[in-house]
Design a protein around this ligand. Structure first.
Ligand code: ATP
Length: 136
């Protein structure tokens, strides 16, 4: 039995994580998806949320949004639209985006505008959540 998983998190810009880990949790479309070695094959879309992973000596988190995850027994591949480590998150930018998105939500005059504003709001709140929690 594979003792660990190879976790790869990739965005259109860069490779964010490429590491052997013990466990991964991703925000799947139907809720949190916990993945241990020897998990069955699976594909799921991602929603905006926290991707967390751990080794024996560390726990880490990323703010992710969009894209999908592919699970194999010894590998987890995440192709995300955005993925940021806590120390990469610009808190001021996220606060500004949150405040602007709240205004956009209250002023939106169509379902499309509302959905766009809600998506932006979710990303901003998720960034603030992950930046606050850091790596603990
Ligand atoms: P904003 O309204 O501030 O542009 P957004 O949610 O619309 O935020 P995204 O489309 O999710 O932005 O991301 C665009 C790019 O900007 C991505 O590369 C993402 O990692 C980066 N980014 C967005 N907000 C932040 C932030 N607060 N800190 C660090 N990187 C960010």
């Amino acid at each position: 039995m594979a003792a660990q998983l190879k976790l790869e998190v990739v965005t259109p810009d860069r490779m964010v994580v490429s590491e052997m880990v013990d466990e991964v949790t991703v925000p799947g479309l139907d809720g949190e998806l916990g993945i241990l070695p020897e998990h069955t094959y699976l594909m799921s879309m991602l929603q905006t949320g926290v991707l967390s992973y751990r080794t024996q000596s560390s726990r880490s988190q990323l703010a992710v949004s969009g894209g999908y995850v592919e699970v194999q027994p010894d590998r987890v591949i995440v192709l995300a639209e955005v993925a940021e480590r806590p120390d990469e998150i610009d808190i001021e930018r996220a606060r500004k985006a949150r405040d602007e998105a709240l205004q956009e939500v209250s002023k939106s005059d169509s379902e499309l505008n509302l959905a766009t504003a809600q998506g932006r709001l979710q990303r901003a709140l998720n960034r603030l959540h992950v930046a606050r929690r850091g790596t603990d």
